[in-house]
Structure formats: C-alpha cells, structure tokens
Design a protein around this ligand. Structure first.
Ligand code: CA
Length: 664
C-alpha cells in the first residue's frame, strides 16, 4: 500500500483496520533470544540497530538487522544474549528513512534516544516481591499530597543527605529533620505527621531534557512514557539504575503506608513531526484539524489521538505496565479533557480486570482551549462526568475558584477573602462543600448547573495545585499590596480558614506540597522552568509557620476520625444542611453521622466566617433533631481531637476570619 497516494482520511481508516491487539509490542528479552515487535502497517522496511552504548552522541553501532512484516507488525528474534545492549529502529515510509527510539521502550540510555535491553529481574530492590500496592478502601479516604521530585528535597536544610537531594532516593530516607533539629520533621516523616496517604509525583516518566544539566523543569515534555526520568537517578547513563531507584522510592513510601500516584501526560509529546510516535506511524498518533494540520488542544504543539485504536491501546498498556512493574497506586491525567471518555473507561476496565480496582484515577477535566476528538467519542471533561465509569475522579474547579478567586486573575478574591456578594456567591462554595453532588442539599439553592457529580468519588477537592499561585501567594496577592514575608500573620489566619473548609468538604482530598506550611513562590504563578530556589520546598517554613502545620495536622486527624467527611456515597452530601440565616461571607453547615459506629461522634457542625466582623448564626438540619450540646474541636487557632470549649444550644458566635468545628 502506497501511503503517499492516499488521502489522510483513507490512510487513517486503513491504519485503524490494521490495529493490533497483542501484548508483545516492544522488546522481549531472555538469555537466549531477544524479540523485537513494532506496529507500523505502512512501513516499507524496518531494521533494528543494535548499539553498545546508550548515549546517541556516541557512534557505537554493532549491527543492524531487518525485521519482517507479519500481520501489520514488524518482527524479528535475534539469537544470543543481548543484555545491556541498546537499540533503535530505522523505519522507511514513503521512501524516507528515519531512525527513532521504540515507543514501547521500557528502559533507555541517557536522554532517552536509544532503548535498552535489560533484565528487569535485576532491577528489583531487595524484598521487592514482598512489596505491594498501598491503597485505601475508597478513593474518598485519600489524602493526596502533590510534589515534584526535586522540590521535595533540594533545600540544603532538609536534613536529607546531599547525594539524595533532588533524587528518587530522597524518599527512602527516614528520620530527617530541618537543620537536623529534632522538632521539625522533614521529608517522608513530615508526610507521616500530616497524615498523607498518597504522594502524587509530577512527571517522572522520561521527558525531553539534558539529564546531566542543572536546568529545572516540571517535566511536562513527554518523550518516553514507559521509562523513568534519568535526571532523578544517581546515574542517568545506566538504564537499570533509574528503574531500581524508582522502585526503592515506591517500596520505601509503601513501607510507610503511603501510596504513589504518577502524573501522566499522554495528551501531547514535546516533539510533533519528529517524535518517535510520528516517525513510527506518520500522522496516526496525533489528531488533525479539518485542514489537515496537527491539532493543538494542549497548547504545546499537538494533541494525541486517544480516540484512535492504537493510541488508546498504548495508554492502557502503559498504565497497566506502571501499575504492575512499579506497583503504582494511582494516576493523574494531565489535560484529561483531551482524552475521550471511552479511553478513560477502557483504562479503568483494564485495571479492574487485572485485580487493580483500588488503583485510583483522576484528571484535569479540561483541555488547553480546544480538542479535535472525533465523534461519536466525547471528551473526558466535566460536562461528560455522567459518562464516566465509577473510579475516575476529576479536579473540581467549581470548588477551587469560588473559595479563593479565579486562578486566571491573581488579585481576584473569593469567599476566603470575604469577597462574597461581589460576583462571588457563597452558594457556589456550598455546592463545592457537597462535592457538587447531584441532589445534595446545596441544590435547594437553585444550583442545578453546579451539581454534576453522581457522588463524591468523582470529585477531587482542592485549594491549590502546582499550576497557578500557591495558596499562600494567592492570599497575599488578593488581600494585600505588600511584598512577601515569610510570616504574614493575616495570610496565615485566612490559610487556616481555607484548611478548615477543605478538610470538612466532601470528595477526594488533594493539596499542593507545602500548602500546610504557607509555601511561597514569591508570586510566580507558572514556575515550570523557574529556578530550583523558587520551586523547592523551603523547610524552614515548617518552623516559621509551625502553628499552621499543627492546624493542618489537627484537621487531618479530625477528617480521619469522622467518616462522613469521607463518604463515598451521596448520602452525606445530601444530608449536609446549610444555615439559611447566614449572611454573606458566613457559611454554617451540619453533618449528621449516618455511618455511625459505636463511639463515633453523631454530629459535626462547621461555621466559616470570612467577614470582618464576629457573627451569630443558628445551626439547622433537615435530617433530624440537632443536639443541644456541642464540643468545639477547632477554632481560630487550634484544631484536633482535644476539646476547646462547649456550646449549649444551636446558636453561636464566630470570630472574623475564622472557623469553628463542633462535634456531638
Ligand atoms: Ca529525560
């Protein structure tokens, strides 16, 4: 078949007809034989080039071997032991030959231009076979902490050993403290203190970079989806080292009962025309516009085509691979709105069928401006939540924005800054507290368009993530025209209110690393290539803002103790009752415990006052009689299981810019 005389539409239809469903794409290594399989139905010729070394700058070709075309897959098996050799493919298509890395590469040399043939059994750390997934009973039990590998430990005062700072292995260190002072735990010990049960890592698959340079990058420049990034390993030149160290990181977090989530960025690749995907099967893996140009819904130069069979399969294969080979516990999909719903459901099903129902999936339910998803496929965005299978959650910007102001306007405030009434509506925050659940109490306030979730398992509830300003910076920018201070008492006070709101809301709890100690990037709202000094966690803030850290820890304990806050069903969301006599910038709600077990609190009440005055409010419930005696467990300054006072009756006064949490 001559592909250059076909129209694009004919070509794509032909390629779809040649889809391959086998699970043997890539390289299969044994001591006696290595097999190569590559899907490329329109290629005229494919050879595999074997190399002695992994750096593509080194001319170390051993020999090239032809592959033969069988059922749309090009294949060959070489007899002998090729362990620790490297390879590329040269594909000839429409008379043009191009050398490229295998898109199914699972190990690679430095900078990811040559795939490596390795024995994966040798990459397993000691006792790896005893390691297994760390998961929660339900996704609403998750407390997810989002961090970049280098941000976590690059601070020279982190107490983490210098050779592991900025590396995978920083997560294997225990007992670390700020400046080695015993009172301020850092690293993994800090996570234990906070009660985090999932660490969500910004991209750690192999992205395009110079792995031996000092340049900082978040990593949203995908290159090899199934290879760990070399930069975070102790030796990017040895393909096994990054794999072993990655597994050590996972194993160590698992030993502390912390699951590991990967941020996966299948929606685009850094390169387009010359990417490995496009050199392997031209025009197939990316969507086109009506005029035949590459579509760019990612605003990064292209958008991949999850709605085509082999891209959909690629994503499902890749997720299943990471979940099994690396024992990963969750995946966060970047710009999930560029994928189609069917693909997300296929991935969920693939995990479920492999006994991985507990592996969590969530994503950004938007694109970066457009998508060219082909009907009848539909985008995996917020508007299509109803079409998701159970077990796929989305980031809730309907919570994030009314709470603290739009992320697209630095100085805009929201409820927290006392700005309700000024285009900001308390009712939007109320809908968020109920995880925007259909039929929730908030619907009484005519919020039909703001109630789109079947239940809280579909909703990631958050105040801050790596994108946009940190919570601290947003509060500075939107309340004060002042330079940044490491300690801004006013902002810390509002931050406590933000935390009380977050931890008493329905949904999957998520936050950016350092939110709990007032992390600042000094107003940098897009620090993807900013310096490490801007990006890294400054562990001294844990000491400076220790009262804020204590407040978060206390709230985390309260959330663990009161299971209705983590209800996977819509039952609690529907039972939450908001006080109707509350004025603007004051939200009060009661949460009955319909899941009560012996010894549990039967009720929780939360009052959030973001106004500038103390206010009185009367609690209400539409599900039953409220108790008349309450114990305060969180106030303006403290949160935890300790009683801070009592309230008789259901009318109480709350101080400005503060929260009260009461239980009975
Ligand atoms: Ca890389």
């Amino acid at each position: 078949m001559e592909s250059n005389i076909m129209t694009l539409k004919e070509k794509l239809a032909y390629l779809e007809s040649k889809s391959y469903s086998g699970n043997d794409l890539g390289v299969t290594y044994t001591k006696n034989e290595t097999t190569f399989n590559v899907w490329s139905p329109l290629a005229e010729k494919v050879v595999v080039n074997l190399y002695e070394t992994g750096d593509s700058k080194e001319n170390s070709l051993i020999q090239s071997y032809p592959l033969i075309h069988e059922n749309s897959v090009w294949t060959t098996s070489l007899t002998g032991d090729f362990e620790n050799k490297f390879y590329t493919y040269t594909l000839t298509i429409d008379g043009k030959s191009n050398e490229t890395i295998d898109i199914y590469a699972k190990a690679a040399g430095m900078n990811g231009n040559r795939a490596a043939i390795i024995d994966f059994n040798k990459t397993n750390p000691e006792n790896w076979t005893e390691d297994s997934h760390v998961t929660q009973q339900q996704i609403t039990d998750a407390f997810i902490w989002e961090v970049h590998i280098e941000d976590f430990s690059s601070d020279e005062n982190s107490g983490i050993s210098p050779e592991n700072q900025g590396k995978y292995l920083a997560f294997t260190e225990l007992g670390t403290t700020y400046k080695n002072e015993k009172d301020f735990a850092t690293g993994v010990d800090h996570l234990k203190e906070l009660g985090v049960n999932y660490v969500h890592l910004l991209p750690v698959f192999d992205f395009e970079n110079d792995e031996e340079s000092a340049d900082y990058n978040w990593g949203y420049d995908p290159k090899n989806y199934n290879v760990p990034e070399g930069r975070y390993s102790s030796n990017p030149r040895d393909p096994s080292v990054r794999i072993r160290e990655f597994k050590q990181m996972v194993q160590s977090l698992h030993a502390q009962d912390i699951g590991v989530v990967l941020d996966v960025v299948y929606n685009h690749t850094l390169e387009t025309e010359d990417s490995s995907f496009n050199l392997t099967v031209p025009d197939y893996y990316y969507r086109q516009t009506d005029t035949g140009e590459f579509a760019d819904g990612s605003a990064c130069g292209n958008e991949t085509a999850s709605d085509r069979n082999m891209m959909r399969k690629y994503m499902a294969d890749s997720i299943l691979y990471w979940a099994t080979e690396y024992h990963l516990d969750g995946f966060r999909f970047d710009l999930m709105g560029l994928h189609d719903v069917e693909t997300m459901n296929v991935i969920r099903t693939a995990l479920n069928e492999n006994g991985l129902q507990q592996v969590i999936l969530y994503g950004e339910p938007w694109d970066a401006g457009s998508n060219e998803i082909a009907l009848p496929n539909i985008a995996a965005n917020k508007g299509n939540t109803a079409h998701f299978m159970d077990g796929i959650a989305i980031f809730n910007d309907d919570f994030r924005d009314p709470v603290k102001g739009s992320v697209f306007n630095k100085t805009e405030g929201g409820f927290l800054q006392g700005q309700s009434g000024n285009g900001i509506r308390d009712v939007d925050v109320m809908a968020g507290i109920s995880a925007n659940t259909i039929g929730a109490a908030a619907a009484e306030y005519e919020l039909a368009e703001k109630t789109w979730a079947r239940n809280p398992t579909q909703v990631v509830t958050y105040n801050s993530a790596h994108d946009n300003l940190t919570l601290y910076d947003k509060l500075v920018e939107s309340t004060f025209d002042k330079p940044y201070f490491h300690r801004n008492d006013w902002v810390i006070q509002i931050n406590k209110l933000a935390a009380a709101l977050l931890f008493t809301s329905q949904g999957v709890l998520f936050m950016q690393a350092g939110e709990e100690f007032g992390r600042t990037k000094f107003g940098d709202d897009n620090s993807f290539v900013s310096s490490i000094e801007i990006n890294q966690l400054d562990w001294s803030l844990k000491k400076t803002n220790s009262d804020l850290v204590d407040y978060y820890c206390g709230l985390s304990t309260i959330r663990r103790k009161f299971s209705p806050l983590r209800d996977a069903t819509a039952q609690t969301a529907k039972a939450i009752t908001f006080s109707r006599d509350a004025i603007e910038n004051l939200i009060a709600y009661t949460i009955p415990n319909q899941l009560a077990e012996e010894g549990d609190w039967n009720w929780m009440a939360v009052v959030l006052n973001s106004s500038y005055e103390p206010h009185e409010v009367t609690l209400e419930s539409h599900t039953g009689d409220l108790p008349t005696h309450w114990t305060i467990i969180a106030d303006k300054d403290h949160a935890g299981l300790e009683a801070l006072g009592t309230v008789e009756g259901n009318t109480l006064t709350v101080e400005p810019h503060s929260a009260l949490i009461l239980v009975s």
